[in-house]
Design a binder for this molecule. Structure first.
Ligand code: C2E
Ligand code: MG
Ligand code: MG
Ligand code: MG
Length: 290
């Protein structure tokens, strides 16, 4: 009977599993081509200062727009590439695309905003993200204040010493470093003390399940971070109730669909230019070198 059951289960699940395996193989085989042909595209989502409602930076989020498979979100391929030690190819591409876009805009006399880039832990095995970033910044005559670095908290679980040094080096070099997805996965309050983060991004999970317990945790996190001199940002803000609460507890920045989804660069900068979201005023010249 067990065998019968196993066969039945196999029939139910096999096609789906096979499909997934095929997609994985497809993604691995086509990554280089997708990069070359720009099927990979960087989208931008605004980060908003809670008190003023003004845009203070953008997060670069990758999409794979495939001629056959359609729009793939990072959840479909980033974990796979992390596992296969290929995520560095994506992130190297993101570094190049973001810095080039910013340079082009500056050359055309258009406004730029600081952009944060996500790095996977696996990247550090295959490349030196700091070196890559420095080179791209130099090549495009940008200043380091224009790029922030996001590192996911779960990435910190492995090789704690190595990452601690990397974060230190990024900061020494003049980049802000933000801890992504704080409060999920391998959270440890100890990280706040041991790693020199400029900012923590409170995980979306607290917004998705916005109950009294989540609110209590958010409030405590913001207070604790503040006491340690670390800034806070809440991810996944979708409504006014959440925004009002975050403002009340002193969470400094927010990001979420309430303001905007991640957008292609054209749409993002159009939104900024048309002031449907007003950006902070920067002295633009502090973002680049002649
Ligand atoms: P993340 O860095 O925590 O990015 C935030 C995710 O939350 C993004 O998903 C964003 O679209 C989504 N989001 C933002 N506001 C809301 C909201 O109000 N409601 C909901 N439901 N979702 C919201 P996305 O773009 O699918 O990215 C997922 C994850 O993939 C990212 O999480 C990040 O860990 C990873 N990722 C994205 N781009 C890159 C990249 O270029 N390199 C690397 N290494 N990882 C990336
Ligand atoms: Mg992020
Ligand atoms: Mg996050
Ligand atoms: Mg994440």
């Amino acid at each position: 009977r067990a065998k019968e059951f196993a066969e039945q289960a196999w029939c139910l699940y096999a096609p789906k599993m096979q499909e997934q395996e095929e997609l994985k193989q497809y993604l691995i085989n086509h990554l280089d081509e997708a990069i070359e042909r720009h099927y990979l595209q960087v989208y931008y989502q605004p980060v908003i200062r809670t008190l003023t409602g003004r845009l203070c930076s953008a997060e670069a989020l990758i999409r794979w727009i495939d001629p056959d498979k359609g729009m793939l979100s990072p959840g479909d391929f980033i974990p796979l590439f992390e596992e296969k030690n290929l995520s560095y190819k994506v992130d190297r591409y993101v570094i190049q695309e973001v810095t080039k876009l910013l340079r082009d805009r500056i050359e055309n006399g258009q406004t730029v905003v600081p952009v944060s880039i996500n790095f996977s832990r696996a990247d550090f095995q295959m490349m030196n993200p700091l070196e890559e970033l420095n080179q791209a910044i130099l090549k495009n005559h940008l200043r380091r204040s224009l790029i922030h670095v996001e590192i996911t908290e779960s990435a910190l679980a492995k090789d704690v010493e190595g990452l601690k040094n990397s974060i230190h080096d990024f900061r020494q070099a003049g980049y802000q470093v933000w801890m992504d997805d704080f409060g999920s996965g391998y959270s440890s309050l100890n990280y706040l003390k041991n790693f020199e983060f400029d900012e923590i991004k409170l995980d979306m999970i607290f917004m998705r399940n916005f109950d009294e317990a989540s609110k209590t945790i958010l409030k405590a996190c913001v207070r604790m971070a503040k006491a340690l001199g670390i800034h806070t940002l809440a991810e996944g803000v979708e409504n006014k109730e959440q925004l009002d609460f975050l403002r009340e507890i002193g969470c400094e920045r927010i990001q979420g669909f309430y303001y905007s989804r991640p957008l292609p660069s054209n749409d993002f900068f159009k939104m900024v230019a048309e002031k449907s979201i007003e950006a902070e005023e920067w002295e633009q010249s502090k973002f680049y070198q002649e």
